[in-house]
Design a protein around this ligand. Structure first.
Ligand SMILES: C[S@@+](CC[C@H](N)C(=O)[O-])C[C@H]1O[C@@H](n2cnc3c(N)ncnc32)[C@H](O)[C@@H]1O
Length: 245
């Protein structure tokens, strides 16, 4: 069955957007995944096609109405997406990461809700079992770019999308030795660029030396830039030592 994404948005024309280009775009054209964008406004029932209203309790901005969104979700589910999880892109959500992407890639697909304005009414989140997911601790003006980033991260993990599956094995956050590490730096020709030479280890042709150098670089970068990941990496290494001793 084709991995399928339904995106509920007030700006359906934004899709596929960047997802129609390069790797994800080719995979979409080849039928390795499917994408539909659903216009939430089509589910408004008044003549002004109203999708938002002012917040109870006062304050700035507008809130997306629960009834309109619920109708849009129900329609998508009725059309056969009931087995897919539903996520609302939101700065209040659980942080999206590579593990999240891997889990989604293993499911039949996903339904994504893109917010605008101040966000969506809490009751539709509860009533439709929506899980919130955040791209990071910053505020975008809408969920569409976040949905695109999430889909890009998932689609490249689908079978056959990246020709060389080995590319996944050593990239940042890959399962195994690199699970909690940022990737090592990359170099290509020329051997010398503006007085900077490619590290000698990479020119040695000695596979074990290259592997060890790359791992050491990944560890040093992670320790310097991401204390949170580094602590996890060290804790796992210590546990492994204990288990094997
Ligand atoms: C202007 S934001 C709403 C911000 C919200 N009032 C708050 O302070 O948390 C509008 C929409 O952008 C999307 N959005 C903003 N930041 C995001 C993030 N970090 N991750 C995922 N989606 C985000 C959400 O769909 C949100 O409903």
């Amino acid at each position: 069955m084709t991995w399928s994404a339904s995106v509920l948005t007030l700006f359906p024309d934004m899709f596929p957007g960047p997802l129609g280009a390069s790797l994800a775009g080719k995979a979409l054209a080849d039928g390795r995944w499917a994408l539909e964008s659903v216009d939430i406004r089509d589910f408004a029932e008044d003549k002004h096609r109203t999708v938002d209203d002012s917040p109870f309790g006062g304050g700035p901005g507008m809130v997306m109405k629960p009834d309109v969104l619920a109708r849009a979700i129900d329609r998508v589910r009725d059309r056969g997406a009931a087995a897919r999880p539903i996520h609302y892109l939101s700065p209040r959500g659980r942080l999206f990461d590579q593990g999240f992407a891997r889990r989604l890639a293993a499911l039949p697909g996903v339904i994504l809700v893109c917010g605008r304005f101040e966000g969506i009414d809490q009751r539709v989140i509860e009533a439709r079992g929506i899980e919130e997911v955040s791209l990071g601790d910053f505020v975008l003006s809408g969920g569409e770019l976040a949905a695109m980033a999430l889909l890009d991260a998932v689609v490249r993990l689908l079978p056959g999308v990246i020709g060389d599956a080995a590319s996944h094995a050593e990239e940042s956050f890959a399962p195994g030795a690199y699970a909690d590490l940022l990737e090592y730096p990359h170099y290509t020709r020329p051997v010398e660029f503006e007085g900077r030479r490619v590290p000698e280890e990479l020119l040695s042709g000695h596979h074990e030396k290259i592997r060890a150098w790359r791992l050491a670089q990944a560890e040093a970068t992670t320790r310097e830039r991401r204390g949170d990941l580094w602590s996890r990496h060290v804790a796992k290494q210590e546990l492994k030592k204990k288990v094997t001793s």
